[in-house]
Design a protein around this ligand. Structure first.
Ligand SMILES: [Zn+2]
Length: 141
């Protein structure tokens, strides 16, 4: 969605960004945002609904399109905890990784932690799994 559809949409996007949003009793349906999601400099923004669309206003930045863009943008991701044992990779980092070496293509990758259940346990003594050859490291001797 590349535009603010209505004031419920404004309220939902404000909640996603942690911006205080309040419906105002006014002649024109309006939501007040504190702070303005575009300039964040202490000014409040107003989003009015004129029956056709949402009109964002701010006396600080006077940049309605920037307010809408800030509300529609993905919220910033929280920084990874230094205690986390998992690292998030960017799409570019994932694409730059070497192709996997398969022990049982396309089910069990080398240097991975596979999980087997049921009849798959017999795989360790088979020469094939689902018609795919099994590399020697995976076979019983
Ligand atoms: Zn502003």
């Amino acid at each position: 969605m590349n535009r603010l559809v209505d004031l419920n949409h404004v309220l939902e996007r404000a909640r996603v960004h942690g911006i205080n949003a309040t419906r105002l009793e006014a002649k024109t349906p309006t939501v007040s945002l504190h702070p303005c999601p575009a300039c964040l400099n202490g000014y409040d923004a107003l989003c009015e609904y004129d029956g056709f669309g949402v009109i964002p206003l701010c006396r600080g930045c006077e940049d309605g399109p920037a307010i809408a863009a800030a509300l529609l943008a993905d919220p910033p991701k929280p920084p990874a905890s230094s205690e986390s044992t998992f690292r998030l990779y960017t799409p570019g980092e994932l694409l730059a990784m070497p192709a996997p070496v398969w022990l049982v293509e396309p089910f069990v990758r080398e240097a991975a932690l596979p999980s087997c259940s049921g009849s798959s346990v017999s795989t360790s003594c088979s020469r094939q799994q689902h018609g795919q050859p099994i590399r020697p490291a995976w076979r019983c001797t």
